[in-house]
Design a protein around this ligand. Structure first.
Ligand code: APR
Length: 235
């Protein structure tokens, strides 16, 4: 029985048809993150921010967007029950859930949830959010935003994440460029306890590649199922 903590980023969802952020054709090459992924951007132009997330929320619900074999391999690892598995995802899509993963922390929030700034409610949300969409819980207008963590805001679940990292026997980092903290610092945090094996599984070496004891490069849909099969074949 191993305690396995798995960090995932946009690269695991790329082959499902969702863009990454920092690849050459990525999201931040098409729109300024300052404009759509910061509290200041929301304050300055809420209409633009809602439109940005409305388009991505609609795309995520397109029937062509489905979990790929990497998401499925991680869900299988959790279900087969031989190990304790926690996925900490930076992704705001629901592809891990749709693949069957349950023990999951969305540290950057979720595209299919909305948060009311007036009453604090966090609600499942599949439709568009407009500037004046009333909150179903408190009926007030003008306070609904995507339940997504923006730059400068505190990621979610950090206490539990650090507790799990400190207990991990194996830390996997999948499909993330290692550019954004605190997630980019998880591998150094784990290594500080001197016990866990650390593996990067990414299309190409990430910013933090040198921190990992093992590095496997290639498309997630191939290298992740291969790695999980190897892990499950070990005694
Ligand atoms: N298989 C595996 N890895 C891939 C694939 C693939 N098919 N395609 C791309 N990658 C890798 C890229 O090489 C890159 O290292 O996925 C990584 C994606 O990096 P980013 O675009 O920076 O995405 P991510 O690391 O998830 O960004 C972290 O930054 O913008 C914020 O909040 C946003 O959660 C996001 C955070």
């Amino acid at each position: 029985m191993k305690r396995i903590v798995i960090l995932t980023g946009a690269g695991i969802s790329k082959e499902s048809g969702l863009d990454t952020f920092r690849d050459k054709d990525g999201i931040w090459s098409k729109v300024r993150l300052e404009d759509v992924a910061t509290p200041e951007g929301f304050e300055a132009d809420p209409k633009r921010v809602q439109a940005f997330y409305n388009a991505r929320r609609r795309q995520l619900q397109d029937p062509s967007i489905r979990p790929n074999s990497a998401h499925e391999a991680l869900a299988h690892l959790e279900r087969q029950g031989g190990h304790e598995v926690l996925i900490v995802t930076q992704n705001i899509d629901d592809l891990h859930e749709r693949a069957g993963s349950r023990n999951l922390i969305h540290m950057h929030g979720e595209m299919l949830k909305a948060r009311c700034l007036m009453c604090g409610s966090v609600l499942a949300w599949a439709e568009d959010i407009e500037v004046h969409t009333p909150c179903p819980a408190c009926a007030r207008e003008g306070g609904l935003r995507p339940h997504v963590v923006w730059f400068g805001e505190m990621p979610l679940g950090m206490d539990r994440i650090y507790a799990e990292l400190s207990r991990a026997d194996l830390f996997l980092s999948i499909g993330t460029s290692g550019n954004v903290y605190p997630a980019a610092g998880f591998v150094a945090h784990v290594r500080g306890f001197g016990r866990a094996h650390t593996v990067e599984l990414n299309l190409e070496p990430s910013e933090g590649a040198s921190h990992f004891a093992e590095r496997i490069h290639g498309p997630a849909s191939r290298i992740v199922p291969d790695f999980i099969a190897r892990l499950l074949s070990e005694p």
